[in-house]
Structures are given as C-alpha cells and as structure tokens.
Design a protein around this ligand. Structure first.
Ligand SMILES: Cc1cc2nc3c(=O)[nH]c(=O)nc-3n(C[C@H](O)[C@H](O)[C@H](O)COP(=O)(O)OP(=O)(O)OC[C@H]3O[C@@H](n4cnc5c(N)ncnc54)[C@H](O)[C@@H]3O)c2cc1C
Length: 512
C-alpha cells in the first residue's frame, strides 16, 4: 500500500516513523516544502514523546542520549503553575506521573496516597507521593550515573527545540527502508469519486497514493479539499494569540526540571528550559489586549526587554472528523490548542499510534472500512474533547484581577464536564474512575494536582473518602507505611542517579 504524508514538521516525521515501524511492507512517502518550513514552536512534551525516543514497544531506531546531545533537550518531570488563583504569588507543581496510586488502589478507584497526602502533607511534601515529584523535591534526576542510562520507570517528558527535534526524527526516518522523502510544495490535489487520487507538486511529478495523511499544519493542504468542518473551541478556550520569544540563562542559572505556566492578566506565559536557552511565550486573548500591550505586560513582569519572534494566531478547535475518505489529519491540521499541558505533540502520537497500530491494514480495502473509520473518529474526537475539558478546568481558580479573569469567572467558558466536576467536589474528592481512561487520556494523575493546586478539593473530606473505600484500619496504617516505603525505595535508587544539575552538566559536556 502507498501511504503519502504531506508535512515534515514534528507531526509528519513522527507519523512517518510510527507508520514505518508498524507497517514495514507499506511504502511511505513524506512530502514537505522546506521553503514553507515548519511552525518551529512547541517545546514541551509528555511521556509519550519519550516513549518514542526510548523505542518503547517498537524499535523506531531512536537513541535518547543522541537526541539530547544533538538537540539540547532537557528532562521534564512536571508543570509548575504560577498565579492561577486569586493569590497570584501562589504556585503548585503537577508531576506528570501523578501520585504512586493515582490509578486507584486495592481494587478501588481511590487514589489513597493522594487523599492521605491531601490531609496530612503540605503542598511541597505532596510532591513526594509521586516518583517524579520525589526527584524534583530531592533535586535529583532519573539518569543512572553508573549505568549511563535512564531508570526503567514511567517515561519522563522532554523539553525540546521544536525545529531541531523534527530534524532528528527526519534523520532517523530517512534511514528506514520503506520511507522516501520529497522536498516540494503541494499545489493541488486530484480527486476521484471524492477520494484523493494524487497530489500535484510544484517542481516534480504528481504522486499517487492509497492512504494520505495531512500533517501540513495550519495549511491543511489535503483536508481542505474534502468535506469536513472545523469545530471551534474558542468559546471555551478564548486565548487565540501567542507571542513566542527566547531568553538566555543569566549568570549561573540552571534549567529547571519542569515547564512553567505562569498566569498573567490576559492569559499565561510558558517557560521551557532547554540546555542552552529558555523558550518563552505569552498566550493571550486579543479581545482583551493587543500584541504590543501584551509585550509591555511581559516586559514588566520579567523586568527586561524581550524580542518576540512574531505573533502566531491560534484557531483553537479540531476537525469534525480526523479521517475523511482516504485522508487522515494529524498534528496541527487536525486540532489546535493553547500549549497549556503540552497536549499537541502528545495527541499527534496518540492519533498516529492508534491509526497505524490498529486501523491501517495490509490492503487499502480493509483499511477504508466505514465502521473502523467512524470508531477512529470517535476516539479522536473524545481525546480532543477531554483535552478541552482539562484545559478549561485550569482557569477555575477564581482569579479576578483583570477584565479577562473577570470574564472567565462568569463561568462563560465552562464545559458541561467542568461544571459537573465543580459541583461534585463540593461533596467528595474525585476518584480515578470519574475521568475517562484510555491510551493518552489526561485522567486523574494529571487532574489531581491541578484540582488541588487551584484549591478545589476539600482536604477535610479526603480521609473519609479512603475510609469508605479501603478496608477499615488500612488507611491509618497502610497509607503512611506505603509512603514511607516509597521514600526508602526511591531514596535508594537516587543514590545511583545524578542530581538534576549534574545531569545537565553531563550532557552539556557531551555537546561541546
Ligand atoms: C504558540 C504555540 C506553542 C506550542 N507549544 C507546544 C508545546 O509546548 N507542546 C506541544 O506538544 N505542542 C505545542 N504546540 C504545537 C506544536 O507546535 C505542533 O504540535 C508541532 O510543531 C507539530 O506541528 P505540525 O507538524 O502539525 O505542523 P508544522 O510544524 O507547521 O509542519 C507543517 C509541515 O507541512 C509542510 N507544508 C505546509 N504546506 C505545504 C505544502 N503546500 N506543500 C508541502 N508541504 C507543506 C511544511 O513545510 C511543514 O513541513 C504549540 C503551537 C503553538 C502555535
């Protein structure tokens, strides 16, 4: 079968790698226009990205240490949220693995460690119920300095330079036997009975294909020729502009092991620490401020001038159907979100893995099964709807010090699910099963720290929740014992690993 992927950004090359690894007998052609180039932003990722680098489950041909050396990437364990409540000096750190029992304990859905920690630990120590949180708390990394490899645990995430990372995946992909590459611009699409038959290129011959994947970013080069509709999420997620910029480290400042999402008067600012520079950007809503004012606001916040790379308009939403006829949209052509929680590359990997792992078959006839296509579209729609709910919830901390935050406080942006969650937490602490669970879902591990961080959870109710779910007697003894045992175990492992700063120095030395 001939698979044609249009686009050579992170989405295009990751999709090509996943497709090639799962289907060595299909021919895959990637067409990208180096003249058009890539969007070049998108620096924070999730554990699924690292799974690819670690060749989890499939040999993609990646080497994570080469990747770090070549691209200057760093490890990410968490997101630090600053200023998301009325107390704008407040912050919380959400480790991306959640608590050790975040998926439930002893046959029930209760996150016993989290519920116990909520009641017994302060916010800083609440980190120590998560393995990633423990490393942050102790200033450690998960890189074993004696064995020269990462500990075999739930995958950490990475901070990456989006344009260089794409080139790394291109290099790996082009080594594979069944991937070929053309640098040219798609100028038109030839349809036959509503299906894409071929793509027409500016400088070379047309390319025929059986299955086409649109990874052309905001241009939506293929999907715009097919019957589809963009579903806007703007009513729920009103931030529609981004002002990216970069800063150098000052003096001896070192990268932090987390992304920072710092709420501002008209949106929020990201900070992504790479080996040699820091990626920043202000995501704001142009109904409440202008790009010039946004820049002024950030310069005041940071106490220094910035040099924005430009203004990027973001049309938050998704394709009504990711898969139409013989074309699937993946990456920014499929859905666009503000970068809070780094969901975009994450969803690219979910979409590509689901597609090529389960739905693409040896023949195009079996692949274009109408039931399969509907179910793939439903799964894709569900993850984007879940991401929307999750991001909307972040804004529910009650901040009201500007017109933007006052607007949010009216409740106008709340989705049905967010309304339900806000109501539910008045009488109980949620459990893992209150949240949709599937490959790539945000789920309770991520929701838990966000809900605690914006003060939605009633600490006094937390122990009742576990007592109700866990056998009598267990809670008082087993949960603190489990916490103690984990601290011992993680502490023992940490004797063999670099501190986070040593990890940075180690790889900085390898880069020179
Ligand atoms: C402000 C901002 C911040 C972001 N931050 C994050 C983040 O922290 N984490 C995260 O996961 N994601 C983030 N994202 C999303 C992230 O940038 C994308 O998921 C990622 O870069 C992949 O983009 P892409 O490959 O879909 O599109 P692009 O990088 O735009 O690639 C599109 C490709 O299609 C090609 N192309 C386009 N038109 C044609 C044509 N006519 N013919 C041939 N080729 C064509 C281009 O040349 C390019 O190769 C952010 C996005 C924005 C806007």
């Amino acid at each position: 079968m001939e698979v044609v992927i249009v686009g050579g950004g992170t989405a295009g090359w990751l999709t090509a790698l996943i497709a090639s690894a799962r289907h060595p007998n299909h021919n895959i052609t990637v067409v990208e226009s180096s003249e058009i180039g890539v969007i070049g932003v998108g620096e924070s990722t999730t554990g699924l990205f690292t799974d690819i680098l670690l060749n989890e489950g499939t040999n993609f041909g990646c080497d994570i240490q080469d990747f770090i050396v070549e691209t200057g990437s760093t490890i990410k364990y968490a997101i630090k949220h600053r200023g998301w409540t009325n107390n704008i000096d407040d912050y919380y750190i959400g480790p991306i693995d959640g608590s050790y029992t975040a998926n439930g304990t002893v046959g029930v859905a209760t996150d016993a460690l989290f519920a116990w920690g909520l009641n017994k630990l302060n916010r800083e120590n609440l980190l120590t119920i998560s393995q990633f949180g423990y490393w942050i708390h102790q200033g450690k990394s998960n890189f074993n300095k004696f064995k020269n490899n990462f500990l075999d645990t739930f995958s950490h995430a990475m901070h990456i330079d989006a344009s260089i990372a794409g080139k790394y995946f291109k290099k790996i992909a082009c080594k594979r036997n069944n991937i070929s590459y053309i640098d040219d611009e798609v100028v038109d699409v030839k349809l036959s009975n509503g299906y894409i038959k071929s793509i027409l290129l500016k400088n070379s011959n047309a390319i025929n294909g059986d299955l086409f994947v649109d990874c052309s970013g905001f241009n939506k080069v293929l999907m715009k020729h097919l019957p589809n509709k963009w579903i806007s999420y703007n009513d729920n997620l009103p931030l529609n502009s981004a002002l990216p910029f970069q800063l150098k480290y000052k003096n001896d400042d070192m990268p932090e092991p987390y992304t920072t999402a710092w709420a501002q008067k008209n949106g929020w600012m990201w900070k992504v620490p790479l080996m040699d520079r820091i990626g920043h950007g202000y995501v704001f809503c142009d109904s409440f401020t202008t790009a010039d004012k946004a820049q002024e606001e950030i310069e005041t916040t940071l106490g220094q001038e910035i040099d924005p790379i430009g203004v990027i308009k973001i049309n938050v939403g998704r394709q009504e159907s990711a898969w139409v006829k013989n074309c699937v949209a993946i990456g920014l052509s499929s859905a666009v979100f503000e970068p809070l929680e780094a969901t975009s590359i994450h969803c690219t990997i979910v979409q590509a893995t689901n597609l090529f792992g389960e739905y693409v078959k040896p023949t195009i006839e079996d692949t274009l099964n109408s039931g399969s296509m509907s179910i793939y579209n439903r799964r894709t729609r569900n993850i984007y709807e879940d991401v929307k709910d999750f991001l909307v919830l972040h804004y529910m901390g009650g901040r009201d010090d500007s017109e933007f935050w006052k607007y949010i406080k009216t409740g106008a942006t709340q989705t049905e699910y967010v309304k339900e969650l806000l109501e539910m937490v008045k009488s109980r602490i949620p459990s893992a099963r209150d949240f949709p669970q599937y490959y790539g879902s945000p789920g309770w591990p991520l929701y838990s720290y966000v809900m605690e961080g914006i003060n939605l959870l009633d600490k006094s109710k937390s122990l009742n929740e576990i007592n109700f779910n866990v056998q009598e007697g267990d809670i008082e003894e087993l949960t603190p014992m489990k916490h103690y045992e984990l601290q011992q175990r993680w502490g023992e492992e940490a004797k063999y690993t670099y501190t986070y700063n040593e990890f940075i120095e180690h790889f900085r030395n390898l880069r020179t």
